[in-house]
Design a binder for this molecule. Structure first.
Ligand SMILES: NC(=O)c1ccc[n+]([C@@H]2O[C@H](COP(=O)([O-])OP(=O)(O)OC[C@H]3O[C@@H](n4cnc5c(N)ncnc54)[C@H](O)[C@@H]3O)[C@@H](O)[C@H]2O)c1
Length: 260
């Protein structure tokens, strides 16, 4: 088997957009689900270049809409062999006590329930074909948590539990389900963050830089490949070593100097 058709959520911008471009470069047919109509333009652009790429607008937190979108895309790209749950939101930066209930619910609905909805929409066909590759985009926030981002942190940690449950239930059908945990990656949104936040994140990153979207897209593409089938239920960090939770680089340099 080979992975020739993939549905990806959140392909209109950032890591998702880069991954769509990379997958179509590899000759894979891609169906995009997004709420942003830039996804439609991207698909059209890629089709003009000879790729097989279609997009449809749907909110992944709506199970009915997801089901319809997956059906429509399957008609265009063929039976779905790969799924990338990439769409995710942060709309809720507030201390726990001040967090609006609706804001918490929205992050859980899109990031976690959206991932669940997508998997439920495509996995029966994967099981029948005895082949499937699922990649869930979580976050470093699933490990360490983020201050003032309880909804985002909980939703991304929930994705890890969901990933493991899917592996336990479906691995015997040659279906893999893995989570990737990006650290700060140079997307448009990260570029627009306040300098003080970026400096703090950089200081926590042993590599001394942020990730490139192409690096994330290559990891996702590998996990989608037939060859990656024995990697299952894994949490894979892609963050320049930030999960090691080191002291800020400056302090480490200072400590080394003092030891000499
Ligand atoms: N950029 C980073 O540094 C970083 C770090 C850790 C994790 N991540 C994760 O990587 C993924 C991609 O991040 P990004 O920075 O490229 O984000 P982005 O905001 O650029 O892209 C997210 C996409 O998801 C779409 N989307 C949002 N809500 C949706 C919904 N309800 N239904 C369908 N589509 C929806 C958006 O329209 C957008 O196209 C996210 O899950 C994010 O949490 C990113």
């Amino acid at each position: 088997m080979e992975t020739k058709s993939v549905i990806l959520t959140g392909g209109a911008s950032g890591i998702g957009r880069k991954t769509v471009q990379h997958l179509t470069d590899l000759g894979i047919a891609v169906g995009i689900i997004d709420i942003d109509d830039r996804a439609l333009h991207l698909a059209e652009e890629l089709r003009d270049k000879g790729a097989t790429c279609y997009a449809t607008l749907a909110d992944i937190s709506d199970a009915g809409a997801v089901h319809q979108a997956a059906q429509m895309l399957t008609e265009k790209i063929g039976p779905v062999q790969g799924l990338v749950n990439n769409a995710g939101i942060v709309n809720n930066i507030a201390p726990l006590e001040k967090m609006a209930q609706s804001a918490w619910e929205k992050e859980i609905a899109v990031n976690l329930t959206g991932t669940f909805n997508m998997i439920r929409a495509v996995i029966p066909a994967m099981r029948d074909a005895e082949y499937g590759r699922i990649v869930n985009v979580s976050s470093g926030a699933a490990r360490g948590g983020l201050i003032n981002q309880a909804g985002y942190s909980a939703s991304k940690a929930g994705i890890l539990g969901l990933t493991r449950a899917v592996t336990l239930e479906y691995a015997r059908h040659n279906i893999s389900c893995n989570a990737v945990l990006p650290g700060m990656t140079e997307t448009e949104k990260v570029a627009a963050m306040p300098g003080v936040i970026k400096d703090a994140a950089l200081a926590m990153t042993p590599a001394g830089r942020f990730g490139d979207m192409a690096e994330a897209s290559h990891l996702i593409a590998f996990l989608l490949s037939a060859e990656a089938g024995f990697i299952n239920g894994a949490d894979i960090d892609i963050n320049g070593g930030a999960h090691l939770n080191v002291m800020p680089l400056g302090s480490r340099k200072e400590a080394t100097r003092q030891q000499r």
